[in-house]
Design a protein around this ligand. Structure first.
Ligand code: FAD
Length: 408
């Protein structure tokens, strides 16, 4: 097991600086333009692919970093550059993790490369779980997958919503109900290969923030996929469902809590994104406060401003420490006995919202305009308390974990 350290090693520092260079030189200057265009920044993704930053190799390297800090460090730097563009870059990774976590070696080898394409022809992937009536309440998902044994095909019907890269993805990973009696344990994930008939993009959403990231509905109308598109395979699914049915008989609540625990390991990554946005806004605000003169002196000369900046930085560092702790726990196989993953996401996302709002205030009228980046960062930060489980759901998970009670 790797020892915990607050210090990144030389290799990690080199990777961090390399990502930071791309974030500062390529992403940050393009951020305002793609935010206004509200389109996927394909040329930036392509530039990232050319240097190897948008690739399975890079993602896997960070994912398998034995200290656990590879992903949070990469996320922080990319989202420091720009949240919308960064989500366009890492959205594919979120779908890839779905395959890496549940797929067979063959499925990983076949589908994950197709999610990324290559530097001359970049592709993206989408992970589609949320539905119009199943957001926080994942168990009420309605998209059905029915097995057609005669043809060894799965038939999927339903509507997914809020899918990052939904409809523009080369490969979609879709979560669907295979056994309605088992709640979230009766779900399975499917690969929808490129060009599969019956899958179409519904509404594309016009958003408050992260506008360079494409978010849309995905409609599945009689989508047929071969049996080998079920992630993990049929045998494993049948075994898992049989186990779940047994456990459901023993006690449904245990089943529910077990399902929630699986998110603990992925939530710190979202916390790290929030830390990146918060840090970006704080740095702009610090710079501004040192140079902006009012009443014949820099505004940071007022304790009212200086103390705000002190609190902003303190919260950001505290958020990063929670994120790093949870990431280290995940890679070390430590049990999340106090929902430490959810804690990190909760604290970091609330920090990003608060810190970006303070940054707008410190920049005064300029903070309220699109001439300065904090206005965009403040809009972007609002997503962190919503996706990958809202702040209320994080609190629910933490409270249930701490108390051992089915708090509602
Ligand atoms: C930009 C964006 C990108 C996204 N990307 C993806 C993606 O790629 N793939 C995907 O599958 N999903 C994605 N999502 C969906 C996202 O995960 C959901 O929006 C989120 O889970 C919340 O679900 P909801 O929007 O239906 O809100 P709801 O669940 O309807 O919640 C509404 C409000 O009620 C509160 N609430 C709900 N239940 C409780 C409770 N029990 N106790 C207290 N409060 C409660 C919530 O906290 C929230 O404040 C994305 C969303 C956005 C906005």
């Amino acid at each position: 097991m790797a020892e915990f350290s607050f210090e990144l090693d030389d290799e990690q520092k080199a990777v961090r600086d390399w990502i930071h260079g791309f974030a500062a030189d390529v992403m940050r200057p393009a951020a305002a333009e793609w935010d206004e265009r509200e389109e996927t920044p394909w040329p930036i993704i392509q530039e990232a692919a050319k240097i190897g930053l948008y690739s399975l190799d890079f993602y896997a390297q960070q994912y398998f970093d034995p200290t656990g800090l590879g992903i949070p460090m990469a996320m922080e730097e990319l989202f420091w550059g720009d949240a919308g563009i960064a989500l366009s870059i890492v959205g594919t990774g979120l779908a890839a993790v779905g395959v890496l976590a549940n797929g067979t070696e063959e499925q990983i080898g076949t589908w994950v490369p197709q999610m990324y394409g290559d530097a001359n022809d970049v592709k993206v992937a989408a992970f589609c779980s949320s539905e119009p009536d199943a957001g926080s309440d994942v168990a009420s998902m309605r998209t059905r997958a029915v097995y057609d044994e005669a043809k060894d095909e799965w038939v999927l019907n339903g509507t997914k919503t809020w899918a990052t890269n939904g409809g523009i993805a080369n490969v979609h990973v879709v979560v669907a109900v295979v056994d309605p009696g088992l709640g979230s344990k009766g779900h399975a994930s499917f690969i929808i290969p490129p060009g599969t008939p019956g899958l179409s993009q519904g509404q594309k959403f016009k958003k408050h923030g992260i506008r360079a990231s494409h978010t849309a509905e995905v409609v599945l109308d009689g989508v047929r996929v071969p049996g080998h598109c079920l992630l993990g395979g049929k045998e494993k699914l049948d075994e898992r469902l049989a186990r779940a049915r047994e456990r459901a008989k023993e006690g449904g609540e245990r089943l529910k809590n077990a399902a929630m625990a699986t998110f603990e390991a992925s939530r710190p990554a979202v916390g790290a994104m929030a830390v990146g946005t918060a840090r970006a806004a704080y740095e702009v605000a610090l710079d501004y406060a040192r140079t902006r003169q009012q009443f014949g002196r820099p505004i940071i000369d007022n304790q009212g401003i200086a103390f705000q900046l002190s609190d902003m930085r303190t919260r950001i560092d505290a958020a990063r420490l929670l994120v790093w702790r949870a990431s280290w726990m995940a890679v070390s196989g430590k049990p999340f006995d106090s929902a430490e993953g959810s804690m990190s996401k909760l604290f970091a996302s609330e920090t990003a919202k608060e810190v970006t709002a303070q940054a707008v205030q410190i920049l005064g009228g300029n903070g309220f305009t699109r001439e300065y980046p904090v206005e965009r960062m403040h809009r972007d930060a609002a997503i962190y308390t919503i996706f990958e489980g809202t702040s209320e759901i994080q609190r629910l998970v933490i409270a249930r974990t701490l108390s051992g009670m089915p708090i509602r």
